[in-house]
Design a protein around this ligand. Structure first.
Ligand SMILES: *Cc1c(COP(=O)(O)O)cnc(C)c1O
Length: 421
């Protein structure tokens, strides 16, 4: 099946007389006829749902759809994108381990890696994604267990060289984890470029309608966990009667371990109802992504020529530093998110945002409706003017997420708002 078809049909195919639309299995548990069968479920020797913290048929259908879209062998949905990032890493690492991440990633992820995971004894070294292989190699230590990057970074809109990172990770015997939230598998499939694990905040374009916070982890099934660096995959897990994940589950060892250890113990479970809503978003994803990209491209071209705009970052623009990487990794478009620096600093940005008539100010991106946010007075409000400069966030910076309205209406709104600056 092609991507458009998978969006509609992968993950759920009703049998004779069953509901055409994906049902919401609003049930915490599932009925079985024998203690023997339930025993097998707990031993992981039979497949089946028994408690919705671990798995649920509605959620499973969505997992299978996303795995198919990304070209992975299996997926696990989580209650948020943050939970997906944490779980992907914590499945591989324990206290005393180390990993490497590119510095241009989502702010919430930076905090998770630099502060919270450090409290748990897992250390992260941030590297410049544009640095050479030799430079990045210097960050590796004997206890390094993974490399992490973001295809199209939020909010920096930089494009990461996935093949380069995969080569470095694999040379060091560790997996590459890619956050593919902004492109979605419609615009980029990181596994084809060597990523081993792909994660998403499904809250953004996948959901698309600003309805549900959610995340997902996709396993490519390609990484060799038996290379000696990952004993938790090759030695018996006493909390599962001595199960050896690499032996019992082969290429699916990672995603099974993520579910039966961390979903079991931490419980960052998505609700069946949320999975149903996410599925509605996924059904139109292949139609929406090219349109966000067309609107984004036109809006970026308009803004790049506007006299009230000091600078713009959008990799679809030929003048953008990441245009060459975008051509390779995002040949079908760069979605709808861009950042612009408005002339007149903090004041100019505030006038621009306050003048919107169609677009809205929201702490969100990748919505179906055009929205914008001023980091200096919202997400980065606590920073001083000097700290803002150090963080690479000019006072006049505005993150704009172009939606699916008619582009003429979007540009008319941007035009009148810029007149107020
Ligand atoms: C929003 C976002 C996250 C965090 O996801 P939540 O669903 O908000 O927890 C992670 N990565 C990227 C790229 C994001 O945009």
């Amino acid at each position: 099946m092609k991507q458009e078809t998978k969006c509609l049909h992968a993950g759920y195919s009703p049998k004779n007389g069953e509901p055409r639309a994906l049902p919401i299995y609003q049930s915490t548990t599932f009925k079985y006829d024998s203690t023997t069968h339930i025993g097998k479920l707990f031993d992981l020797t039979a497949a089946g749902h028994f408690y919705s913290r671990l798995s649920n048929p509605t959620v499973e259908a969505v997992e299978n759809k996303i795995a198919a879209l990304e070209g992975g062998i299996a997926a696990m949905c989580t209650s948020s994108g943050q939970a997906a990032s944490f779980t992907a890493l914590a499945t591989i690492m324990k206290a005393g381990d180390h990993f490497i991440s590119t510095a241009t990633i989502y702010g919430g992820t930076v905090n998770l890696f630099a502060v919270t995971m450090k409290r748990f004894g897992i250390e992260c070294t941030f590297v410049d994604a544009d640095a050479s292989e030799e430079e990045i190699q210097k960050a590796f230590r004997p206890n390094t267990k993974a490399v992490f990057g973001e295809t199209l970074a939020n909010p920096a809109v930089t494009v990461c060289d996935i093949e380069k990172l995969a080569a470095i990770a694999h040379k060091n015997g560790v997996p590459l984890i890619i956050d593919n939230t902004f492109p979605t598998p419609i615009l980029c499939r990181p596994i084809e470029f060597g990523a081993d694990i792909v994660i998403h905040s499904t809250t953004k374009y996948m959901d698309g309608h600003a309805l549900c916070v959610g995340g997902v982890i996709v396993d490519s099934g390609k990484f060799d966990w038996t290379n000696g660096k990952f004993p938790e995959f090759t030695e018996p897990d006493e909390s599962y009667h001595g199960t050896i994940y690499s032996k019992a589950f082969g290429p699916a060892a990672f995603i099974v371990k993520a579910r039966v250890q961390l979903m079991r113990d931490l419980g960052m479970t998505p609700a069946a109802n949320s999975a149903f809503l996410l599925n509605l978003g996924l059904e139109t994803l292949a139609v929406r992504m090219p349109q966000y990209s067309r609107n984004g491209q036109k809006a970026a071209e308009f803004l790049s020529k506007h006299p009230k705009i000091e600078s713009i970052s959008y990799p679809g623009l030929e003048s953008d530093k990441y245009h060459a990487l975008a051509k390779k990794y995002l040949p079908n478009g760069c979605a709808g998110v861009m950042s612009v620096v408005i002339k007149g600093g903090r004041d100019g940005a505030a006038r621009f945002l306050d003048a919107f008539q169609l677009a809205t100010q929201c702490v969100h991106v990748a919505d179906i409706r055009t929205c914008a946010l001023h980091p200096a007075t919202s997400t980065h409000r606590q920073l001083t003017d000097e700290q803002l400069v150090a963080a690479g966030i000019p006072q006049g910076l505005v993150r704009i997420s172009i939606g699916l309205e008619n582009i003429d209406d979007i540009i008319a709104d941007l035009t009148q708002a810029l007149e107020k600056v």
